[in-house]
Design a protein around this ligand. Structure first.
Ligand code: ZN
Length: 180
């Protein structure tokens, strides 16, 4: 309580209202299931990569199942602007998939609120799984420079990393993600 009072006083002194709470992302189960299915489809042979050298992987000439996938997110925000509801998704246009990157556009999508993409499993030299568990620094800088409200990266079933943009433009990462 003492801390809250102090924050209020500081906000009053500088003439600004306190910042809104960090954005929360609510993901429809049907969208989560689609993301799971596509992640599995594009990573199904991840453990067969031990014989593929790093250069081949970086050039994106690896096996077709070892590629990232990009999708568009459809939804809306709460009246206050700090809850982001993802209700549907759509295919990106001009999808170009590499092992460790993916490009495409979502400009054609009505109700666009952000994007999602898969991250690959890849094999270490000893054949064990190397996972890409969170949004990369490039993912986050790209998101920060844009206008989307949310970006998701999926790297395993039920493991989705989210960054969200609040109504005041501030970016939260990792953002709270609720499947509902
Ligand atoms: Zn990424």
């Amino acid at each position: 309580m003492r801390l809250a009072s102090a924050l209020f006083i500081i906000a009053a002194v500088v003439g600004r209202t306190p910042a809104p709470p960090p954005a929360v992302v609510v993901l429809a189960p049907s969208v989560r299931d689609s993301i799971d299915s596509i992640f599995l489809r594009y990573n199904v042979h991840w453990n067969e990569l031990a014989d593929v050298n790093t250069l081949t992987q970086m050039l994106g000439t690896g096996r077709p199942t070892q590629k990232e996938y990009l999708g568009c997110l459809v939804g809306h925000t709460s009246a206050a602007g700090d809850t982001i509801y993802i209700t549907d998704w759509a295919r990106a246009r001009g999808l170009v998939q590499f092992q460790f990157a993916v490009t495409g556009t979502c400009d054609h999508v009505a109700g666009l609120i952000g994007t999602w993409h898969t991250h690959p499993y890849r094999a270490s030299a000893t054949g064990t799984a190397l996972k890409e568990p969170v949004l990369s620094s490039t993912d986050l800088s790209t998101f920060a420079a844009g206008h989307d409200r949310v970006v998701l990266a999926a790297w395993d079933r039920d493991s989705i990393d989210a960054a969200a943009r609040s109504s005041d433009g501030s970016v939260t990462h990792p953002a709270d993600l609720i499947v509902r």
